[in-house]
Design a protein around this ligand. Structure first.
Ligand code: NAD
Length: 486
């Protein structure tokens, strides 16, 4: 193995600057998706723990917001440096806990740190405006923090999301309570220790646990702003639950079933590579932006599929800490069973399984949640295989002939997160970009999130935009001040 596995982890929660266990004494166990051995445990946060966390955040917020912006930025940069210094520890823990291969997890840590610096760089741009209205009066807006922000994190990029999303919330003068995923909770404790060391007590609180712990946060009447990353179904549940206790600002970064559309004139070498890299096999397809619907023009379909298969044959499935491995196990038993059920469904629906679909052979795969990279051809938009997010290593290939039909096919689902368009004809590409119902579109590219470019979904893929200035602004409320001159 290239990376070294740590001993069993016993995590704690961060509440009011202290690392604590649950007041209820409950523990959540985390097993390795590679072999189902116990990796560690974290406390199950109760309603009392959540309440203590929200109260600590509330107490800390006025003093935090009153700090000069440069001082807030200073704290966050110190946190970023501390995270980077522990990069290897985070990456190994994440690889073991998520099943994602360790290389991309190292990059996740770096990305989180870069995003903290990005938010720090924008800190002074969070400002109001003056509004000309004739006459002698002066009209202006102030941007003020919400107070306590609840952030709920999915399993696929735990530190990537938890750490990077702290910065926009804090830099704008809010404090926060974070609820990590119960499927990959181990790194949250290390993040908590670093927050305790570099931020004033109460500014960041981390409460581990499952659905109930998340729901308690969402329902807390004094948490007026929720930022959620996860599935569409949970997003809808969160909107409902939030509205039952107060009027809240809820933003949602949700799932996708994203099309990658190839025209015959595209640079086919690059498009083939993108069709495979866009699936994010390095984390088993478990990425919201994965382009899991490959839509090929009929003139290039057969040859393109052959070339995709050549690339997929080169994927090395194995333990996420092993050198040279490019795909690990599925994150959890539930997710594994979901992926297998979609593979069965695809076959029942009449799609043609042309690669994978089973557990890989060999002693290393006897236990754990292993599935081969899986490819279906002859998929039609009438099939659930083409319409629903699987969140696994399953690529569906669809054939098209007419330029209007392909856009209609791409748009014919409830989700609309990303899309990737491959053609050398810029006019055609821009027409497609105008008509595709997706929040983030690549033309002759795939996968990369560019710093400062807003990311988020149309339709059931979300509400709001993250990763750019919009995200920072969304953590402020606008207050209008009208000065009436004599
Ligand atoms: P999930 O929705 O099952 O869980 C996400 C988080 O919500 C977890 O922390 C969970 O404990 C919590 N939760 C579950 N039910 C809750 C409830 N009723 N109230 C409050 N909290 C609740 O998602 P997941 O399986 O962890 O992650 C996979 C999903 O996340 C996929 O759909 C993926 O596309 C999506 N995702 C989206 C983005 C994006 O940026 N758009 C990024 C990553 C993942």
């Amino acid at each position: 193995m290239s990376a070294h596995a740590p001993a069993e982890t016993v995590g704690k929660m961060l509440i009011d600057g202290k690392m604590v266990e649950s007041e209820g004494g409950g523990w959540l166990h985390s097993v390795s998706p590679a072999d189902e051995t116990l990796l560690g445990r974290v406390p199950i946060g109760t309603a009392a723990d959540m309440n203590a966390a929200v109260e600590a955040a509330e107490r800390a917020q006025p003093a935090w917001a009153a700090l000069p912006v440069a001082k807030r930025v200073g704290h966050l940069k110190a946190l970023a440096d501390a995270i980077l210094a522990r990069r290897e520890e985070f990456a190994v823990l994440e690889a073991l806990d998520t099943g994602n291969t360790v290389g991309p997890m190292r990059r996740d840590v770096e990305n989180a740190v870069e995003r903290i610096h990005f938010a720090c760089g924008l800190a002074h741009e969070i400002k109001g405006e003056t509004i000309p209205n004739g006459g002698a009066n002066i009209h202006m807006t102030l941007r003020v923090p919400y107070g306590v922000v609840g952030r709920i994190i999915p399993f696929n990029h735990p530190i990537g999301f938890a750490a990077s999303r702290i910065a926009p919330v804090l830099v704008t003068g809010n404090t926060t309570v974070i609820k990590p995923s119960e499927q990959s909770p181990l790194s949250a404790s290390l993040l908590g220790e670093l927050c305790a060391a570099h931020l004033p007590a109460g500014t960041v609180n981390i409460v581990t646990g499952g659905l109930e712990t998340g729901e308690t946060l969402v329902r807390h009447p004094r948490v007026k702003r929720i930022g959620f990353i996860g599935s569409a179904a949970t997003g809808m549940a969160i909107q409902r639950a939030a509205a039952e206790t107060a009027v809240k600002h809820v933003t949602l970064e949700l799932g996708g079933k994203n099309p990658l559309i190839v025209w015959p004139d595209a640079n086919l070498d690059k498009a083939v590579a993108a069709a495979v890299s866009g699936m994010n096999f390095g984390w088993q397809g478990q990425s919201c932006g994965s382009t899991s619907r490959l839509m090929l023009h009929e003139d290039i379909h057969d040859a393109f599929v052959e070339r995709v298969l050549e690339h997929v044959r080169a994927i090395r499935v194995g333990h996420p800490l092993n050198d040279g491995v490019t795909m690990g196990p599925i994150n959890s038993k539930a997710q594994y069973e979901k992926v297998l059920s979609y593979i069965r469904l695809g076959q029942e629906e009449g799609a043609r399984l042309i690669f994978g679909g089973s557990r890989p052979q060999g002693d290393a795969f006897e236990r754990g949640y292993w599935v081969e990279p899986t490819i279906f051809a002859d998929v039609a938009m009438s099939m659930r295989l083409a319409r629903e997010e699987i969140f696994g290593p399953v690529l569906s290939i669809l054939k098209w002939r007419d330029k209007d039909d392909v856009i209609a096919m791409a748009n014919d689902i409830d989700l609309g997160l990303t899309a990737s368009v491959w053609t050398r004809d810029l006019n055609r590409a821009l027409h497609a970009a105008q008509r595709l119902e997706a929040g983030y579109i690549w033309i002759n590219g795939v996968g990369t999130h560019f710093r400062g470019v807003p990311y988020g979904g149309f339709k059931n893929s979300g509400v709001g935009r993250e990763e750019g200035l919009d995200e920072l602004l969304s953590y402020t409320e606008v207050k209008a001040v009208n000065i009436l001159l004599d």
